[in-house]
Structure formats: structure tokens, C-alpha cells
Design a binder for this molecule. Structure first.
Ligand code: C2E
Ligand code: MG
Ligand code: MG
Length: 760
């Protein structure tokens, strides 16, 4: 009997093995898998029936019920039905008087298995060892009942002969086979889950555009996953199994080692940036390293994800460049200089050292720009930047503040103030010398000197802004004292600064508060008859009386208040011009108003003038706008456009201070001009100065060629007047005829003139 049992066990094990192979070969739940399982279970029954177990002499059983019930339990109705069909067919072939009962036993085993399966699905029963054992006992108890129905068999005899051992053996058999199948099922499920998770992982890694490495604790590349081999230091096959030191340059290998060590020690995700020469060129990378929970081949390991950040690094550099550097000269800009100055102030407060700040402004750079064009201007600025940098130490900062302004920070000079000052002055002298040498521009040598303002600092007592203001102030001082020189900040300047700031504040509040007036300076013809006047702005400054433009215009310019100031003057002038229409003797007079560059290039300037004329009722054809030459040169095309539109309305144009700028015939011809005003600098030296006389004659000839009139301004003496008359000038303005006077005085003059004319 032992042999029979062993055979049966072997049979059941073979059944498991076969079922395992079947399950692996076919997709779970597929027809092939179900069919295969049904056949395997059926054949196992057949094999079992072929070698029945002799439990006792004359008592022979086979494990068919075990197999069939479990086929239905684990495989479901179809598997159970196929297995039952195969087993039934064999039983049919065997024939004999137990045939019907044999077939019923087969069907009963399958039905019991299905019932158990249903119970499991509903959660009424589990496929645990005890339940399986009980199920086996029950199945075989029922089959005993059935076998007892075979003619010639008696239930009591069967129980006597088979009884408990039979039920126990079959119960245990069912439980064992059930557990084997359960284990097989679970293992397959685990395997399938593992395969699915692996497939998912593969898909994820394939979708990641970055480089993925598994690196062991020695920095050895264990796995390399990449879709861009050209970003690797070496092909993947050459990397796997080699250590970072063997394939990467020493500094990069060191970085990888460090971050790997950190990641393994902390268990946290660590990252590092490095650059590497790859077959795709020089690239920047960022690596993130995360230690793996499980060891790899018995060693600790980490996953390293490496991203190509070349683009980001380039954009970061560009953003930094835009934020902190001047695009033309590539020098640090105001922002970077301010940051460095603030740091130097803090450092020097600690170390007790003195530093110096220099404000450098090119002298008459505008002339170069105007004469030679912006291209040459840019070239000069770039070269100035280079000269400045070449003159100071690398640790000093040379910055461009915009326009023709540069600032140099000599952060650490010396502890003793005198020594620091001497050093700073020495640098300033060197700078002046370097900047004073000619620049080669547009094929010609041009000189463009600079004025330097210098201030020392050594601690927290002054903010960066204050120092900047002081250096700026000193620079203006250098300009005032003749340019091409350096001026060191002194407390006297501070007083001037305070006055300037005070004036600026007052000026701001004066605007729009009716604190301005115009004075009118008459203009006369060759016979001394009044032909018009120039409106000159005056500020009725509280406590200071009438303040002339020489005081407030430079302040307004620096504070950006010129457009507002111009608006005040224009409004006052138009109002006066409108009044003239009702005054006897004033109807034909022309009123000249000065216009600044800030005003004419202001968007909406033309519309503003048109609206003002409409509002005040001033006749446009008796308004004359005085522009300076340099103003026109800023943007000739825009100036021409604005002038042309105003000219259409009848407004006239005059060029003020003519002869001091750089007007060229070509554009003078294009401007809609009515008049040139000879600057008083030339008139002043008449009639004795040959140069001035030559200039006056040239201007007269030029005006004649352009068919425009000339007004000589600043005529103070009869000699000047006679000389100008002799040279063809027929309009005059100057103290010889009248000083600028309040509107009321001018109107009284008009009344007197008109009375005189009427009296004649
Ligand atoms: P400008 O337009 O050349 O005006 C002539 C200046 O020369 C006036 O000085 C006038 O008083 C002065 N002047 C006139 N005749 C003589 C003379 O015979 N001898 C001397 N030494 N000086 C004479 P003011 O009023 O001080 O104005 C100075 C400058 O301020 C003006 O020069 C003009 O450029 C500017 N300005 C005046 N008012 C305005 C304004 O409303 N807007 C603008 N943008 N600038 C103005
Ligand atoms: Mg003028
Ligand atoms: Mg003038």
C-alpha cells in the first residue's frame, strides 16, 4: 500500500508540475490555459484510475475525487468540466457494474469543487489547510455514500473496511494537493506582479530623458540606462563594471564620490553639479543620488539620475549677464557695482581699510556721438571701458552707469586715510592720462577726455547711495574746473549738494503752483523798431526773489523736470501771445519761446502745443520756438517730424545759440527753419576779434543761402550793433536795446510805442 500511496503522491506532484508549466505558458484566464488545465487534471484522474491504491485487501480507491474537486475549485467550471469529461470518458471505457456510480462520483466531485469555489468567492470559506482537509473529508464521504450504492457493496461493510483511514487519507491528500496548487497560484501571481512592475519600471526609465545609473558603494557603475549615449563619458559597455575614477576626469570623479558618500550615509537624496566634455561637446550636468534600500550584489548601492542642464546653465548665465552687466561694454552695471560697494563698505568697517569710489564722465562725449554717429560713440565707450579696466587692478570694479558715465570701485586701498587718498589720486591721474590719448574713430584720431570725481570711504558712516552722490558731485566739480581733471570730494561740496537737493525739492513743489513767470526781452529790426520778444522763464522763489534760469535749469535737467518746466513756460507764453491780439502795436509781434530737448522728444509734445494754442487762442503764426543745435542732433528725424507738423500750423522755428554746436549744412537744409540766432559768445567779441567776425560772416552767408533771417543776441554795445549791421544782420536782441523785463513793463513799452506811432 505504501507503494500505491507513493505512486499517488508522485502523480499529484507531477500534476502540480504540469499545471505550473501550463500556467506559465499561457496567459492567465485564456482559453488555452483553461483547456490545458482541464486536460492535465483529466489525465491525472486517468493516471490515478490506472494505478488505484489498494487500501486493504480487496479495497481499491483512486485519487480522482481529489483531483477533480480541486480542478473545479482552482480552475473553475470549464476546467472542471474538461477534467470531468476526460475522467468520465476513461471510466466509461473501463465499464463494469460500478460505471454509473463511478460517473456520478466524477460529477459529484466537480460539483463539490465548484460549490467550494463559490463559497471562497463569497468569503464564506477560505482555502486554508483545515478547510481543505474538511472539504476532502466531505467529498470522500459523499463518494463513499455513492460507492455504497454499487450493487454488491454495502455501506456498513465499506465503513468497516475503509472507514476513517480512507476519509483521513483522502482529506489529507486533498489538503496537500490544495496547498500545493494554492502555493503554485500564489507564486504565479507574485511572479506576474513582479513582471508587471518590472515592465512598468522599464517603461518609466525609458521615458526619462535623463541618464540613469546604478552605482555601488565603490563608485562602480553597475547599470547604465540611457537613450543618449553621446552624453556619457564613455559608451555604456565601457562604463559598466568600472569605477567613476577610471572613466571620469579626477575633479568630476571626486564630486561623484562625495555625493555618493553623502547619499549613502544620509539616506536622503543628494545632488551635485558638474561639467564634462562628452562626445556631444562640453555639457553641464546635475546629478541626483538616492541610496537604494536593498543591496546590489551584496554591496550598498545608489541610483544616480543625471540631467543635462547645459541650456539652463547658459540661460542662467545670460540672465545674470543681463541683470548685472552692461550689454555694450560688458562691464558690471549699476546694480552689480552697488552690491559690491555695499559689501566693500561692510568689509572696510571691519578691517579699518579705506576704499575709493570714482565717478567718471567723458567730456563732450555728446559731440563725438553727434558728429560721428552712434556707431563711433559705441566704439568709443567700449574702448573707454577697456582702457579703464586695463588701468586698474583686476580686483577693482569698473562699471558703466549708462551714457558716458563710468564708476570705479577701489575697494581696499590702505588703512591710513592719507595713504589711501594718495593711492586713489595716483590711479585717477593714470586714468586721466590713459583716457586722454586719442581714440581712432572713423579713420580719424579723436580725443575725448574725462572728468573724475573721487570719494574715500572706510565704514558704515555712509551708505552706498551717499557715496555715489558724493562722487557724482565731485565729478561735477571737476567739470566746473575745466574738465580733464579729477576732483576729490570735500565738505564744501556737501554743502552744495544740500543746497541742490533743497532747490530740487522747492522746484518740484513750485511746479504747477503758479510760481513761474516769463520775462520778455524785446527784439528789434535794423531801424530799432520792435519786431517781437523772447520769453525767458523766471522763478519767483519764496525768499529769493526772481531766480534766473541759470540757477534752476541745470537742477531741473538733473531731476528730469524739464518737460514740466517747459510746459509752464509755453503756457505762460501762449497766454501772453493771446493777450497781444488785443493790445495796440502788438498784433504783428512774434513771441519766441525756448524749447528743451526733454520737451520736444516727449511723446505727445505736438498734440500738447496744438491743444494749448486752441485753449489760449494764441495765433500759431506768431509763435516761434527756439531750439538749440545739439538738441536737434539727438534724433534729427524725430525732431524734423515734430517740427514739420507744428510748421503746418504756422509755428516758426529758430536755432538758438547758433555756432556753438555742430550743425551740418545737409541737415540744416532739411529742417523747416525761419531763423538762426547768433550766439552772444561771438557777438561779445565784435568788432575787433577776427575769428568771431569770420564766424558771424559765415553765419550770415549760410542764412542767405538757406533764405532764413538772422537775429544777433547779446548785443550790448553800439560797436557790436554797427558791426552786425554792416555785415547784413537786421534783427537784434540784447541789453543795448532792452533787458528781459516783466510782462507788465513790456506791455507798457508797447503802449508807449503805439502812442508814439499814433502821435507821428
Ligand atoms: P537763451 O535762450 O540764449 O536766452 C538769452 C539769454 O541771454 C537770457 O538769459 C538773456 O537774459 C541773456 N541776454 C540777453 N541779452 C543779453 C546781453 O546783451 N548780454 C548778456 N550777457 N546776456 C543777455 P536768461 O534769461 O538768464 O536765460 C538763459 C537761458 O535759459 C536761455 O538762453 C535759455 O537757454 C534758457 N531758458 C530761459 N527760459 C527758458 C524756457 O522757458 N525754456 C527753456 N527750455 N529754456 C529757457
Ligand atoms: Mg533763447
Ligand atoms: Mg541764446
Amino acid at each position: 500500500m505504501m507503494l500505491d500511496l507513493l505512486q499517488a503522491t508522485a502523480l499529484l506532484l507531477a500534476l502540480c508540475l504540469l499545471q505550473g508549466v501550463n500556467a506559465r505558458l499561457h496567459k492567465p484566464g485564456s482559453v488555452a490555459a483553461t483547456l490545458g488545465a482541464g486536460l492535465i487534471y483529466g489525465l491525472a484522474c486517468v493516471a490515478g484510475m490506472m494505478m488505484p491504491i489498494a487500501l486493504a485487501p480487496g479495497v481499491i480507491v483512486d485519487p480522482r475525487s481529489v483531483v477533480l474537486s480541486l480542478a473545479a475549485l482552482f480552475g473553475g467550471p470549464l476546467t472542471g468540466a474538461i477534467a470531468a469529461t476526460v475522467a468520465g470518458a476513461y471510466r466509461l471505457a473501463l465499464g463494469g457494474n460500478g460505471l454509473t456510480i463511478g460517473l456520478v462520483t466524477i460529477v459529484a466531485a466537480v460539483l463539490l469543487g465548484l460549490a467550494y469555489r463559490r463559497g471562497v468567492a463569497h468569503g464564506w470559506v477560505r482555502r486554508a489547510p483545515l478547510s481543505l482537509f474538511a472539504f476532502g473529508v466531505l467529498t470522500h464521504f459523499i463518494s463513499l455514500l455513492l460507492i455504497a450504492q454499487v450493487p454488491g457493496q454495502s455501506l456498513s461493510r465499506m465503513f468497516d473496511t475503509l472507514g476513517l483511514p480512507y476519509l483521513l487519507i483522502m482529506g489529507v491528500g486533498t489538503a496537500l494537493l490544495g496547498l500545493l496548487l494554492l502555493d503554485l497560484e500564489e507564486r504565479l501571481a507574485t511572479q506576474r506582479a513582479l513582471m508587471a512592475s518590472e515592465a512598468r519600471l522599464r517603461a518609466i526609465t525609458a521615458a526619462v530623458p535623463d541618464l540613469l545609473f546604478v552605482v555601488d558603494e565603490d563608485g562602480r557603475f553597475v547599470e547604465v540606462i540611457t537613450r543618449q549615449d553621446e552624453l556619457l563619458a564613455a559608451p555604456p559597455s565601457a562604463l559598466v563594471g568600472r569605477r567613476a575614477q577610471e572613466v571620469l576626469p579626477a575633479p568630476q570623479a571626486e564630486l561623484v564620490h562625495q555625493v555618493l558618500g553623502e547619499a549613502l550615509a544620509s539616506g536622503e537624496r543628494c545632488s551635485v553639479r558638474y561639467a564634462l566634455d562628452t562626445p556631444a561637446g562640453h555639457r553641464d550636468f546635475q546629478a541626483w543620488v538616492q541610496a537604494m534600500d536593498a543591496p546590489f550584489d551584496g554591496r550598498r548601492a545608489a541610483v544616480m539620475l543625471v540631467q543635462d542642464i547645459t541650456q539652463n546653465v547658459a540661460s542662467e548665465a545670460e540672465v545674470r549677464m543681463l541683470a548685472y552687466y552692461d550689454p555694450l561694454t560688458e562691464l558690471p552695471n549699476r546694480r552689480l557695482l552697488t552690491e559690491r560697494l555695499e559689501r566693500a563698505i561692510v568689509d572696510n568697517a571691519r578691517s579699518g581699510e579705506h576704499g575709493a569710489l570714482m565717478f567718471i564722465d567723458l567730456d563732450d562725449f555728446k559731440n563725438i556721438n553727434d558728429l560721428l554717429g552712434h556707431h563711433s560713440g559705441d566704439q568709443l565707450l567700449r574702448e573707454t571701458g577697456q582702457r579703464l579696466q586695463a588701468t586698474v587692478r583686476e580686483s577693482d570694479t569698473v562699471a558703466r552707469f549708462g551714457g558716458d558715465e563710468f564708476v570705479i570701485l577701489l575697494a581696499h586701498l590702505a588703512e591710513a586715510e592719507a595713504e589711501a587718498l594718495a593711492a586713489a589720486c595716483h590711479v585717477a591721474d593714470k586714468l586721466l592720462e590713459r583716457l586722454g590719448t586719442p581714440y581712432r574713430l572713423a579713420g580719424l584720431d579723436r580725443v575725448c577726455t574725462a572728468s573724475i570725481g573721487l570719494v574715500l570711504f572706510n565704514g558704515h558712516d555712509h551708505t552706498a547711495d551717499e557715496l555715489m552722490q558724493r562722487a557724482d558731485l565731485s565729478m561735477y566739480e571737476a567739470k566746473r574746473s575745466g574738465k580733464n581733471t579729477a576732483s576729490v570730494f570735500d565738505p564744501q561740496m556737501r554743502a552744495e549738494l544740500a543746497t541742490r537737493l533743497q532747490l530740487e525739492a522747492e522746484l518740484r513743489s513750485a511746479l504747477g503752483a503758479g510760481a513761474f513767470a516769463i520775462h520778455l526781452q524785446p527784439q528789434v529790426d535794423a531801424c530799432g523798431r520792435l519786431i517781437g520778444a523772447e520769453a525767458l522763464l523766471r522763478w519767483e522763489r519764496a525768499g529769493h526773489g526772481m531766480t534766473p534760469p541759470g540757477v534752476f535749469i541745470p537742477i531741473a535737467e538733473r531731476a528730469g523736470l524739464m518737460p514740466d518746466l517747459g510746459r509752464e513756460a509755453m503756457a505762460l507764453a501762449c497766454r501772453e501771445l493771446a493777450r497781444w491780439s488785443g493790445l495796440p502795436g502788438a498784433r504783428d509781434l512774434v513771441l519766441a519761446v525756448n524749447i528743451s530737448a526733454a520737451q520736444i522728444y516727449q511723446p505727445g509734445f505736438v498734440e500738447e502745443v496744438i491743444a494749448l494754442l486752441a485753449r489760449t487762442g494764441a495765433p500759431a503764426e506768431r509763435l516761434k520756438l527756439e531750439l538749440t543745435e545739439s538738441l536737434l542732433l539727438t534724433d534729427v528725424e524725430r525732431a524734423i517730424e515734430a517740427m514739420a507738423r507744428l510748421r503746418e500750423m504756422g509755428i516758426r522755428f529758430s536755432i538758438d545759440d547758433f555756432g556753438t554746436g555742430y550743425s551740418s549744412l545737409s541737415y540744416l537744409q532739411r529742417l523747416p527753419l525761419d531763423e538762426l540766432k547768433i550766439d552772444r559768445a561771438f557777438v561779445r567779441n565784435l568788432p575787433d576779434n577776427a575769428n568771431s567776425l569770420a564766424i558771424v560772416r559765415t553765419i550770415m552767408a549760410l542764412a542767405e543761402a538757406l533764405h532764413i533771417r538772422v537775429v544777433a543776441e547779446g548785443v550790448e554795445t553800439a560797436g557790436q550793433h554797427a558791426c552786425l549791421l554792416n555785415n547784413g544782420c537786421d534783427a537784434f536782441q540784447g541789453f543795448l536795446f532792452a533787458r528781459p523785463e516783466p510782462v507788465a513793463t513790456f506791455e507798457a513799452r508797447l503802449a508807449a510805442t503805439s502812442r508814439a506811432v499814433t502821435a507821428q
